[in-house]
Write a protein that binds this ligand. Structure first.
Ligand code: NI
Length: 386
């Protein structure tokens, strides 16, 4: 079903080599300079137009008459993660502590393949296709940067993909409505008063206060959020103290909240702030809260999800309805402006995203490029008829 047609054998090899090269030289968010240059060179070698946008890293390509409408947008991301690679692939990362552990090399190479195939049929396109090679997805703030340059101006619909190692190669999955979580990050600083461990009444023990915070914050979901809604509070770091017989003068905690709709997200933040304030006053302490909102939920348009799954089936994929996932994905910001669908593409596992041994099955690559091509062409045809 997912065989490579003979006229695309060379292209399939080209994008596979491109991915391996990108995997060897991963770059962190907002530092994707060589990656951007490599993508740009590949596009220009194929006479594909690169838009002149004020971007430090990342770029936007366009195929079709520059004024033609409808305009369909495909999005790939290009950044890597601060993870030491431990996979056994022969195109292993050459940079210590940096790795394409989320498969953004796969997304980029598939989108590049789609761009080249679209270019070959540029004259017959009933409109225009724009391809976003977005930087800094892992920060949750790459999409807003790109949006601010007008990357979605005149666009009618946007499609994005993410590889999913829990799905077999040849399977795609999505759902209408919330697909990923809204992500918030918090840091809490507890100001106590240090003392001798034997004379706690002379101090104000920040470790006790941190313990109260942990217990109280873990009730936010259980006792505030309706049971039909999903949400998560995870405290992932706690630092305090340095020895056994001294009560320290402070504690520091960090963590994240995940939620799937705006009302729940706002409720949790409000109650979080109230709990922190309440514990501060109960323990006569100063507690600071640094709340950093990340991307909201990816909210898929029901019609475009149906369409995207049908188009996958048309090119040999097995479509599947999947559950929402508590990961974050800044594709959500695009969907606040225009309708769109985000689709998971099976990459064959066995290791999860962000795992040091994560790898993508190469057999998924060309079919994914072909799928993006199909999505773009079919969406143009559908929009042109409306
Ligand atoms: Ni990712």
């Amino acid at each position: 079903m997912l065989a490579i047609p003979s006229q695309y054998q060379d292209l399939a090899r080209f994008i596979q080599d491109f991915r391996h090269e990108m995997h060897r030289y991963p770059e962190l968010s907002n530092q994707e300079f060589a990656t951007t240059a490599r993508i740009k060179a590949a596009l220009e070698n194929h006479q594909i137009r690169v838009l002149d946008l004020p971007l430090t890293t990342g770029l936007v390509a366009e195929i079709g008459d520059p004024l033609a409408e409808p305009l369909v947008v495909l999005r790939a991301d290009i950044d890597a993660l601060p993870i030491e690679e431990k996979s056994a692939v022969d195109y292993h990362s050459q940079y210590p502590g940096v790795m394409h552990a989320c498969g953004h090399d796969f997304h980029t190479s598939a989108a590049l393949g789609a761009a080249i195939m679209l270019k070959r049929r540029e004259q017959s396109l009933p409109g225009r296709v724009r391809i976003l090679f977005q930087a800094a997805e892992e920060t949750g703030h790459g999409a807003p940067t790109l949006l601010a340059t007008g990357a979605l101006d005149h666009a009618a619909v946007i499609f994005g993909i993410h590889n999913d190692p829990s799905l077999a190669v040849g399977v795609i999955g999505s759902k209408a409505g919330a697909l990923t979580a809204g992500v918030d990050r918090f840091a809490i600083g507890v100001a106590g008063t240090g003392s001798h461990a034997a004379r706690p009444h002379e101090g104000n023990d920040p470790i006790i206060i941190a313990g109260q915070l942990i217990a109280a914050l873990q009730t936010l979901i259980a006792r505030n959020v309706q049971s039909s809604q999903n949400a998560v509070v995870s405290i992932t770091q706690i630092h305090s103290g340095s020895t056994w017989n001294v009560i320290p003068d402070g504690a520091w905690l960090e963590g994240t909240v995940r939620s799937f709709d705006q009302a729940t997200r706002e409720l949790i933040e409000r109650r979080f702030r109230e709990v922190v304030q309440g514990i501060a006053s109960a323990f006569a302490s100063e507690i600071t809260l640094d709340w950093q909102p990340g991307p909201p939920s990816v909210v898929n348009d029901a019609d475009w999800v149906d369409f995207a799954l049908q188009q996958g089936e048309a090119v040999g994929f097995t479509p599947r309805r999947v559950e929402a996932s508590p990961i974050g994905e800044d594709f959500a910001f695009y969907q606040q402006q225009i309708a769109g669908a985000f689709i998971m593409v099976g990459s064959g596992g066995p290791f999860a995203l962000h795992h040091p041994q994560f790898r993508v099955d190469d057999r998924a690559l060309f079919p994914t490029a072909n799928y993006l091509l199909q999505l773009a062409v079919a969406a143009l045809a559908r929009l042109a008829k409306e």
